[in-house]
Write a protein that binds this ligand. Structure first.
Ligand code: SAM
Length: 392
């Protein structure tokens, strides 16, 4: 597969892996008559068992991987999240915790440690991840970091029947398959995927009715006509996913952290090339066809859509704010101030973490936190310092 981007070279094993996924993609595209939707491509590229980026052995997280996430580089992120979880669990008088998409397991380990310190451990800590490959990695991380708490951790293959307590998901919504579309000749076209000259490539087709309807309604809501060639993404699977996930929560709070925007800011005419972003060894680019199976593919989250689907499922939008304000509310300042037990290197490291997580030019404003609640109306400290729900 030829790659025009200036990306690091592949090992022979990596090249062979990507070629195997390429073969799988080619078969699927041919079987479908020469064209598949971009969401289907993303599903295969990220989650095809044994081949997709999240379902096969690539390193993914951390310095030796492709990208960093807040819990990977800044444990104080998970400690603040634990403060918020502890508040909810204590208000409820106990409960369970469910984490979606636990990645390397690092956030689960820090969360459990901090919850233990605060005497607020959940009865059970469930992990549900679409990637079977990552489950093993999560088990290793937790066995090394918190062996005494391992018996509380349970890996699930499907959603539990019901849950009272807290649900958390960091950078999970941005990893869900999205459709891509373009506005052209006064109509909406789907940007799907064809197979040409031995590689997947963009291919425009009339948008199927559900996509066209959803996109035209987005454009109406933003109140401004998009220019010719305007391209963006939409997660058509979000409503069903949120409905299924919301149904699980009988009482308690779901906390989502991800990079994203309210709808009116996401779909402004100025953002005319969408938000698709691929990560390969810490290089960012926008070509989802470079190195299928070896690179992450993400799109920003439309938080208005998350709020709408949660509300439709009977949940309350209990909070929406920037990551920076969430962490400030949850007490990042206290963690940074209480450093009596830390040596100089650890103190410097902690202030670096706090800056990375909260500065507007770093992760502070691009990332947002949202709380969705059922049968829970106590205040949430992470959302007390700045309420941005009116922007949704
Ligand atoms: C970008 S990683 C984030 C990992 C981790 N939460 C972190 O912050 O480091 C995305 C994770 O979400 C998982 N994932 C994606 N879609 C999912 C879904 N629908 N349900 C559960 N896990 C999902 C992936 O397998 C992966 O573990």
């Amino acid at each position: 597969m030829s790659v025009a981007l200036d990306l690091p070279a592949l090992s022979p094993e990596e090249a062979a892996h990507s070629a195997r996924l390429g073969e799988r993609l080619r078969e699927e595209i041919e079987r479908a008559g020469g064209w598949i939707s971009f969401a289907r491509y993303m599903q295969l590229a990220l989650y095809e068992p044994g081949l997709g980026y999240y379902s096969a052995g690539a390193r993914k997280f951390g310095a030796a991987g492709d990208f960093i996430t807040a819990p990977e580089v800044a444990p104080v992120f998970s400690r603040c999240l634990a403060v918020q979880c502890a508040e909810v669990l204590q208000t409820l008088g106990g409960g369970d915790l469910l984490e979606f998409g636990a990645g390397s397991g690092v956030m689960a380990a820090t969360l459990l440690e901090e919850l233990e310190r605060r005497d607020a451990l959940p009865r059970r800590y469930f992990i549900l991840d679409v990637s079977a490959d990552l489950r093993q990695r999560q088990q290793q991380t937790l066995a090394a970091a918190v062996p005494r708490l391992l018996e509380r951790v349970e890996w699930l293959d499907r959603l539990p029947d019901g849950l009272e307590g807290v649900v958390v998901a960091n950078e999970v919504l941005d990893a869900q398959p999205v459709e891509r579309f373009v506005r052209r000749d006064a109509a909406i076209h789907a940007l799907g995927v064809a197979w040409e000259r031995g590689a997947p490539t963009w291919s425009e087709a009339p948008a199927p009715e559900p996509l066209a309807r959803a996109v035209l309604s987005l454009e109406r809501e933003t109140g401004v006509a998009w220019p010719e060639g305007y391209t963006s993404e939409i997660n058509l699977g979000l409503g069903n996913w949120m409905a299924a996930v919301s149904a699980v929560l009988h009482r308690g709070v779901m906390l989502f952290v991800d990079y994203g925007l309210p709808r009116r800011e996401y779909y402004t005419p100025e953002r005319s090339a969408g938000t698709l972003l691929c990560h390969f060894r810490h290089r960012f680019h926008d070509d989802p066809f470079a190195r299928p199976g070896l690179q992450d593919i993400t799109a920003w989250v439309d938080f208005t859509a998350v709020a709408e689907s949660a509300t439709a499922a009977g949940l309350d939008v209990a909070g929406y704010t920037t990551q920076a304000h969430f962490l400030i509310g949850a007490g990042i300042g206290e963690f940074v101030a209480n450093v009596a037990d830390l040596d100089v290197v650890e103190r410097v490291n902690l202030s670096r973490q706090a800056m990375l997580l909260t500065l507007p030019g770093e992760m502070g404003e691009r990332f947002k936190a949202m709380a969705l609640a059922r049968g829970y109306d106590a205040p949430l400290r992470g959302f007390a310092s700045r309420d941005l729900r009116h922007t949704l």
